[in-house]
Design a protein around this ligand. Structure first.
Ligand code: PLP
Length: 394
């Protein structure tokens, strides 16, 4: 393990990591608290003895810390294995336990929502209604209101920020539409937790979800936030952990790392946001100046998460070649839905927006560790790649 770590660190030049929407590096502070927890907190939090009680304390302290960051009660936070499980658990429970049979969603959602809704339609006779989307990737709110009128007991499932194009949902407007009737509002907030000051109650959400590895925490741990008064049955059968909402022994050191990472994001939010927004602006400006053939997918220049820029490239190069060429230069970005499947399948998001399937796309997702030098190097490398792939007649 030590040799592997040395090889990884010393044999390769430093990477330019522009795939922060797929996963993020963990800072020393987070690794340290996790290491200490692994060494010292080995009991099962359900055990009644001292070792178990110590694990329980670590778990509940973490819950309180997460709840404080999100401005909710600790009793509203339920730890899971990540965003995928949280989305599945919420949607299944809405259908099975809360007897909601209509779901309003968009074709731009993450597969953990779209595939779950497909399963609910197949196995639970649920009906799924798709809200129209504008060409720039924003939800048609007038159509959402119409659907809400038609299905007043539906569950609205719309993500806060799209993980491919970064478009932001006007969550308050959507919750307003839901509140006028009896609709429940679930928002996949995986890409936005830790990036905004989140006021769950003020926004008016019924369910939100988080995934630690998207905000500089460990992989394989996340949470769901559930509005007070709503009770869900566990998604998998087992013990009564997480106050009967999520069976299975808790991932204590993962949860401890998650809480530390979220606190760390919270403490440095202003500085991080300022830093990343400047990088994003530099990227957009440089692309416009240096690469006039490159367009922006979604609403990059408008209501968009400040960490994501999605580029639409000229059709003479294919996505796979482009990714390999960038990878050879040590630049990590993603294309299409590669972040979830590792494949280069075309993006369901861009397809739904009527994008030209011949034009490859690149998602650049920035983080607090990136620098302006990296941004400029990326643009220079991309320019070189596009120049050598120029057709001879051009
Ligand atoms: N939802 C969104 C918007 C995501 O971007 C992701 C991860 O890519 C997930 C859900 C799934 O989260 P996890 O990796 O924790 O399962």
């Amino acid at each position: 393990m030590r040799i592997l770590a040395l090889n990884l660190c010393t044999m390769k030049p430093p990477l330019i990591y522009f795939d922060n929407a797929a996963s993020t590096p963990m800072p020393g502070e987070v690794v340290e608290v996790m290491q200490a927890c692994m060494m010292e907190v080995y009991g099962n939090p359900s055990s009644l003895h001292e070792a178990g009680r110590r694990a329980r304390v670590a778990l509940e302290q973490s819950r309180r810390s997460v709840a404080k960051c999100l401005q909710v009660e600790p009793s509203q936070v339920f730890f899971t294995s990540g965003g995928t499980e949280a989305n599945n658990a919420i949607l299944w429970a809405c259908c099975k336990d809360l007897d909601r049979k209509h779901f309003i969603t968009s074709p731009l959602e993450h597969p953990s929502v779209l595939n779950t809704l497909e399963s609910l339609a197949r196995h639970m006779d649920a009906r799924v209604h798709f809200v129209d989307v504008e060409p720039d990737g924003h939800i048609d709110l007038a159509h959402l209101s119409e659907l809400a009128e038609q299905y007043p007991r539906a569950v609205v499932s719309l993500m806060h920020a799209n993980n491919e194009i970064g478009n932001l949902l006007p969550v308050k407007a959507v919750s307003g539409i839901c509140r006028e009737r009896e609709l429940l509002f679930h928002s996949d907030t995986v890409q936005t937790i830790g990036k905004f000051n989140f006021r769950f109650r003020e926004i008016g959400l019924d369910f939100a979800v988080g995934s630690a590895h998207k905000f500089h925490g460990p992989k394989g741990v996340g949470f769901m936030v559930v509005r007070e008064g709503l009770s869900l049955k566990p998604f998998v059968s087992g013990g009564g952990q997480e106050r009967n909402m999520r069976a299975g022994t808790e991932n204590v050191y993962g949860v401890v790392g998650l809480a530390r990472a979220l606190q760390w994001m919270q403490d440095s939010m202003e500085a991080n946001t300022f830093w990343i927004k400047n990088l994003r602006d530099l990227l957009i400006k440089s692309v416009r100046e240096e690469l006039p053939e490159v367009a922006f997918n979604g609403d990059a220049l408008g209501s968009c998460l400040y960490t994501i820029v999605n580029l639409s490239l000229p059709p003479r190069i294919d996505a796979a070649t482009l990714l390999v060429r960038l990878d050879m230069e040590g630049i990590c970005v993603s294309s299409g839905s590669a972040c979830s499947s590792g494949s280069l399948a075309g993006s369901h998001v861009l397809t739904a927006l009527g994008g030209d399937p011949q034009r490859p796309s690149l998602r650049i997702s920035l983080g607090k560790n990136n620098t302006s030098e990296e941004v400029l190097r990326f643009v220079a490398v991309l320019k070189e790649i596009l120049a050598v792939t120029r057709p001879p007649s051009a």
